[in-house]
Design a binder for this molecule. Sequence first.
Ligand code: SF4
Length: 395
Amino acid sequence: MDSDLAGVPGGIYIHIPFCRRKCRYCDFYSTTDLSLKSAFLNALEREIKMTDSRSLKFDSLYIGGGTPTVLDADDIYRIIETVGRYFNVLPGAELTLEVNPGTVTLDEFRFYKKGGINRLSIGVQSFNDSHLQFLGRIHTASEAVDCVLRARQAGFDNVGLDLIYGLPGQDLTAWRGDLIQAVNLAPEHLSCYMLACEGGTPLAQDVRNGSVHMPPDDLLCDLLGLTAGFLTANGFSHYEISNFARKTEDESKPVASRHNQKYWSFAPYIGLGPAAHSFIEPMRYWNTSDINTYISETEAGRLPLAEKETLTTEQLIIESVYLGLRQISGIDLLWFNHRFGLDFHSIFKQVIEELTTEGLITISDTHCSLSHRGLAMLDSVAAMFTDQELGALSS
Ligand code: SF4
């Protein structure tokens, strides 16, 4: 399939696989064995050198994890410098560092800024100490506030905060309290994620054995509605199901996360580090998630790949429906029809009728998007599209 995205700048994601302590709900790959830091950094440097990215240019770099800030500031600096040497990173690229409160001093913030980091994503998660304790975070609410203030003091003017809602026992008033505190800190960006109970985590085990009860679906739906209503009324634009960007007068300075938009728009991205995923249409591949294998593979002169797959047209359609519905503007139907040589309205006629009748989507000639109620039911709405599509294409 021809890609309309030929020449579109891509993103680079670097996964730093260390955390001081594992949070109760987290299923991201990371280890608490910090003695592997230096071997990991050498392995990452080898992976960067071995990765062939000559056909691509990049306008975003995202250093995430794990907890990147358990590394020394010098190490982060070295990573940025090595990426700049081996990848075609465009001037003005967005360089994001994920930061965990309680792990960064003012001097370190200043050093990151000097090293080229121009955007921070701070994992606040909650302004309520008992919720932070429940989640197993290493920091308190006041440390999270200090972290944001320190970032500002160091001169960062593009700061995003991550928050989690839908915790057991959390009601609308408690969550509103978190949103008020977040807005008072005037971040450029807010990501509000619903707490997910991922298999294999201590949280999932506690839910299974009945010691923890997740909130009911109708409360989750109300929490999502409160989030969207409160933040849009307070100067934020809701552009993706979990993401909000502060509206600015200066349109040349958009504050939506450029890097995250790569994932939702089929732009190419390269993931480096254990468990990192890459996508260069139509290929998707990902690294081994075991840090020791990651180190030994690169020592042996091999890329630390776990698996690689070529996406079929059906898989690309499924992804574009799912990713399109995640965006508040919805699926761009002109793009979809042109891209796949199909007519969205005809192939999904029946499901469109059902979902419109149920009030879960709105559709025009140019866009298909989730309604307010549909936002809380993304997975089941997307499944209705993709089930029908697979049948239609294979018949
Ligand atoms: S700090 Fe982040 S990556 Fe590490 S365990 Fe907690 S949620 Fe997971």
